[in-house]
Design a protein around this ligand. Structure first.
Ligand code: G3P
Ligand code: CA
Length: 245
């Protein structure tokens, strides 16, 4: 099975090495030789796609309350770096547009995880339109994942060219069937749920496999021996350099 994405993905742009979901993390991953990143996508109050993990702002930014209650202009002014370390103070919460421009300049691949809050199908449609716009003409499109099948359905409706991946915590035949029904190209699975048998079975169905979130080198090597196609990690500094290809 030909799979165009690299093996090693830095979780939340820079893993645990920098403030999560920031361009500082992305640039650090790039300096380490990493060629692919994962990040989380949400919609602002004015329906602009931004990069953040939590539905609430307090844990990782200088803001308060629900992310979805703030406009993009308000969100992009927040400090998303100080919580990690004062040295990162002033680091902004990125827009999808800014992220796309940076990734394309650096020639990096991305897995965008949609985290819907509210109408997941509509969120998927709106994000798909913005992804299409920001990656227009790109040689490699973002791999779009979500725990929400409804969000993936919305993506497919608005931009059927975008490759999809269903995110799952546990592996069951029903989830595999759901991924297939959605036309997914990959299944993104909690690493603890995987086995050599599961990887072979998923490959037999034409599905690529990402294991998340894998931080121990021995575990990374074992998953690769099983044939796992992609590893998402908080420790991209522990990747084998060969996984950047
Ligand atoms: O890649 C999957 C992983 O990112 C899902 O967990 O909570 O870090 O978004 P979370
Ligand atoms: Ca994620």
């Amino acid at each position: 099975m030909h799979w165009p994405y690299p093996v090693g993905f830095a979780h939340r742009l820079g893993g645990a090495l920098a403030p999560e979901n920031t361009l500082a993390g992305l640039l650090l991953a790039h300096r380490l030789g990493v060629t692919a990143v994962e990040c989380d996508v949400q919609l602002s109050a004015d329906r602009v796609a931004v990069i953040a993990h939590d539905a609430e702002l307090e844990r990782t930014t200088s803001g308060n309350g629900a992310l979805a209650a703030h406009t993009a202009a308000e969100l992009l002014q927040l400090d998303a770096g100080r919580h990690h370390h004062p040295a990162f103070a002033g680091e902004a919460l990125p827009s999808l547009q800014k992220l796309a421009a940076t990734l394309r300049r650096l020639g990096m691949a991305v897995n965008l995880e949609l985290k819907p809050d509210g109408d997941a199908r509509r969120m998927g449609q709106l994000c798909a339109a913005q992804i299409r716009q920001h990656w227009q003409g790109a040689a490699l499109l973002p791999l779009v994942s979500s725990f929400s099948a409804e969000a993936l359905l919305g993506v497919h409706e608005a931009a059927p060219e975008l490759p999809l991946a269903l995110l799952v915590e546990e592996l069951t035949p029903a989830q595999v069937a759901q991924a297939q029904a959605l036309g997914c190209r990959a299944l993104h699975v909690c690493h603890r749920a995987l086995s050599a048998e599961w990887v072979a079975q998923l490959h037999g169905l034409g599905l690529a496999v990402m294991a998340w979130t894998v931080n121990q080198p021995q575990e990374m090597q074992r998953l690769r021996q099983w044939g796992v196609d992609m590893l998402c990690s908080d420790r991209p500094d522990r990747f084998d350099p060969a996984w950047a290809a």
